[in-house]
Write a protein that binds this ligand. Structure first.
Ligand code: RIB
Length: 305
């Protein structure tokens, strides 16, 4: 099997993670358990996840000319991500995300995009080369919508398979959804995009079908511990989650998307990609942190067999 090539057009942040016993009340000073700083951002997380499994990764992203930007660049270097399309802004800071994680592994997250929101469609147009060279292109929404749209458009023009994780959620046009081979929203994103209820699995399946009618070929709704709803031209399939003792669910969705893209680039079937990505997501929630909780291929050889 040749080495899968993946291009991610998306965000890079530094995550400031505070582990706390429970969520504080308004105005309360709460004693935390510990603090941990690491690289995050949905684009970066998905790129690093695919890279840790063995993909060759290009990232198209923007950081500030600041200390956090240096940390982000160094992390990409350590993860052997091609640094050629990491743009730098003099106008604002790098992206940052303060995150609170409680003892049940649930999180509260604030995203301050900084330079991520200055990654322009023109920047993306300057990165046609890595997009065209990829087996799979992955985009999210922590950069301007117009920049994600341009990337997906270039991917489609160049015959690259396109995977779109519409997070954080916003209303999306048919024109954009038609550029996606696979869309991977969570329940909230599905509700916002379709305007349909997403409480029961039946409702989620119906909303997934609606999203297909809105233009995307395949919809994979991630539902946390309830598993995944795969809605494709072949029909609708509920694939249960793997069991996990969750200590931190932050970045689990990104681990799912990044590993899914890797398996897709390997030429595996949709169902197999989902089942394998489910196993990886379960592995990450049992560990604290975002990228640091993602496994290297050699750590999960058994799990992937
Ligand atoms: O999905 C988790 C990510 O969302 C974090 O790494 C944080 O940076 C935010 O972008």
């Amino acid at each position: 099997m040749s080495v899968p090539k993946i291009c991610v057009v998306g965000s890079s942040n530094v995550d400031l993670i505070a582990k706390i016993p429970r969520l504080p009340k308004m105005g309360e000073t709460l004693l935390g358990r510990y603090f941990h700083m690491s690289c995050g951002g949905k684009g970066a997380n998905q790129a690093v996840m695919a890279g840790k499994l063995g993909a060759r990764i290009s990232i198209v992203t923007k950081v500030g000319r600041d200390h956090l930007g240096e940390i982000i660049r160094k992390n990409y270097e350590e993860m052997r991500v091609d640094p050629q399309y990491i743009f730098t802004s003099d106008e604002t800071s790098s992206g940052v995300a303060p995150i609170l994680v409680d003892d049940e592994g649930r999180n509260l997250l604030v995203y301050i995009p900084g330079a991520n929101m200055l990654l322009s469609p023109e920047d993306v147009e300057g990165a046609v080369e890595p997009i065209a060279a990829a087996d799979v292109l992955v985009c999210q929404l922590e950069i301007p919508l117009e920049s994600s749209r341009r990337a997906l458009q270039i991917g489609r023009e160049k015959g690259v398979r396109t995977v779109f994780n519409p997070a954080p959620a916003q209303g999306l046009s048919r024109e954009l959804l038609e550029l996606c081979d696979v869309v991977i929203p969570n329940e909230t994103e599905t509700e916002i995009i379709t305007g349909m209820p997403v409480e029961s699995e039946q409702q989620i399946a119906a909303a997934g079908s609606r999203m297909r009618e809105m233009g995307c070929a395949v919809v994979i709704v991630t539902m946390g511990h309830r598993g995944v709803m795969l809605v494709s031209p072949e029909g609708t399939q509920h694939i249960p989650a793997e069991k996990a003792d969750a200590v931190d669910t932050t970045g689990a969705g990104d681990a799912f998307v990044g590993s899914f893209a890797y398996f897709l680039a390997q030429g595996r079937s949709l169902e197999e990609c989902v089942r394998r990505a489910n196993r990886i997501a379960a592995y990450t929630v049992a560990r604290v942190g975002t990228q640091v909780s993602f496994p290297w291929a050699h750590e999960i050889a058994d799990l992937l067999r």
